[in-house]
Design a protein around this ligand. Structure first.
Ligand code: DC
Length: 241
């Protein structure tokens, strides 16, 4: 793990910024935008869990077989290809960006991501990938488990009704037949699974800054995040002078 004494907010490693929160809260969009603004790299850790779930499904691995899942999570190669604003997820060299976002794989990922052997393998990779700093990581356990000594931690929240409504509008815009009440219920069920699991449940780190996105646009939330990052950086520089 990276020691906070090496952090450029107080030392020489580039910063690590953690963004956690439930699904549909705006983490992915905000993480990408924040990374862009700061010249950092964005790491979507959810995509890594999704890629392992897809690999397990293709190989017919039982989602209750922790040994096989752990072996798989240690073996598959997950890469991110970034070109001209779009980010692609590669599983053993194959572009699986669309395949990991189907409803079936989303459901399976909830299960696979609760498996301790999978979490152990992916947390190790996430720490290795970000060793130099200069990353914005988004997920459920970044500020609590992956980088408990992250320089800045955000915890985004929004009501389940609002997150369900956003998901409903997103699916409807894609022409998918959806029902609002059912979509809200699905969001609530995923919240319960992510927060109620034994290993690394979704929870706010004591030192995370909570931002409620229910009634805020993306620009407003991004401005708040940038303001906090810049004021912390300025305070760290002033503290060293
Ligand atoms: O952020 P997402 O919806 O793509 O995440 C997919 C699933 O992976 C979701 O069920 C939560 C889980 N996840 C996790 O357990 N830990 C993370 N760091 C990221 C995602």
């Amino acid at each position: 793990m990276i020691a906070s004494s090496q952090s450029p907010l107080s030392g020489s490693r580039l910063p690590i910024i953690a963004i956690d929160g439930p699904s549909g809260v705006g983490k992915s969009t905000l993480s990408k935008l924040l990374a862009q603004e700061l010249g950092f790299v964005n790491l979507d850790t959810g995509a890594m869990y999704r890629a392992v779930a897809l690999a397990a499904s293709r190989r017919g691995i039982d989602p209750d077989d922790a040994v096989a899942l752990g072996r798989l999570a240690n073996k598959v190669v997950i890469d991110f290809a970034r070109n001209s604003g779009s980010e692609r997820v590669l599983l053993d060299g194959e572009d699986v960006s669309a395949a990991i976002r189907t409803p079936e794989i989303s459901l399976l990922t909830s299960k696979v991501s609760a498996c301790p052997t999978v979490r152990e393998a992916l947390v190790r990779r996430q720490r290795e990938l970000c060793i130099q700093g200069g990353f914005v990581l988004e997920g459920r356990d970044i500020g609590t488990v992956v980088f408990p000594d992250a320089d800045i931690k955000f915890f985004l929240v929004a009501t389940a009704e609002e997150r369900g409504r956003r998901r409903f509008l997103e699916l409807r815009a894609k022409g998918v037949p959806v029902d609002l009440a059912k979509t809200v219920a699905e969001v609530e069920a995923r919240d319960a699974a992510d927060s109620g699991r034994t290993h690394s449940p979704l929870r706010r780190a004591a030192d995370a800054v909570a931002i409620d996105t229910t009634a805020c646009g993306i620009d407003q939330v991004l401005a708040k995040m940038l303001h906090l990052v810049r004021s912390r950086q300025a305070a760290a520089v002033a503290g060293r002078e």
